[in-house]
Write a protein that binds this ligand. Sequence first.
Ligand SMILES: [Zn+2]
Length: 161
Amino acid sequence: MKVTLYPSRILFREAKPVFEFGDALKKLAGDMAQTMKEYDGVGLAGPQANQDAKIIIVHTPEGDHTFVNPQIIQKSRETAEEEEGCLSLPGLFVNVKRAEEVEVACQTLEGETVKLKVSGLTSRIFQHEIDHVEGRLIIHRTPFLKRMRLRKKLREIANLS
Ligand SMILES: [Zn+2]
C-alpha cells in the first residue's frame, strides 16, 4: 500500500464507522500494519491507507495493534507538548500539545468492545491516529501563525503527489 499524502481530500473528512468484522477487515489491518512498518511509522489510520474507515494501527513496545472505531472518552487535564511528524506530511514536524493520558473506547478486529487507558508516547499516538479518523491533521493542532510558516513546506508536500 502507498500512504495517502496531503492534500488528499480523504485526510480531511471524518471516516465511516466500521460495522463488518470479517476477513476483509483483518486483511486490511494486516496490510496497514505492513505499510506502517515499511514507512517506519509508529501509527497509521484508515484514511492514510485511502480507506474511508475508522481503523487505526498503533505501534507499542509490545507490538502493533489494531483498533476499530476508536473514540477518546476521557482526557487527563495534564498535557505535554512534543514534536510530531506524520506519514501523510513527509518532512514536516511540529510541536503538538496533547493530553498526557487518555481513555479510549474501541473495538477489536473481532468486534469486541474494549476500553483502555494509555499514557506517554502511546497516548500521543492514539490521539494522533484518532485525529486522522476524525479528519484532523497535526497542522490543525498548530496555532494559526505557526501554520502560516508551514505553507512553503505544505506546498512542497502537495507537489509530491
Ligand atoms: Zn499522521
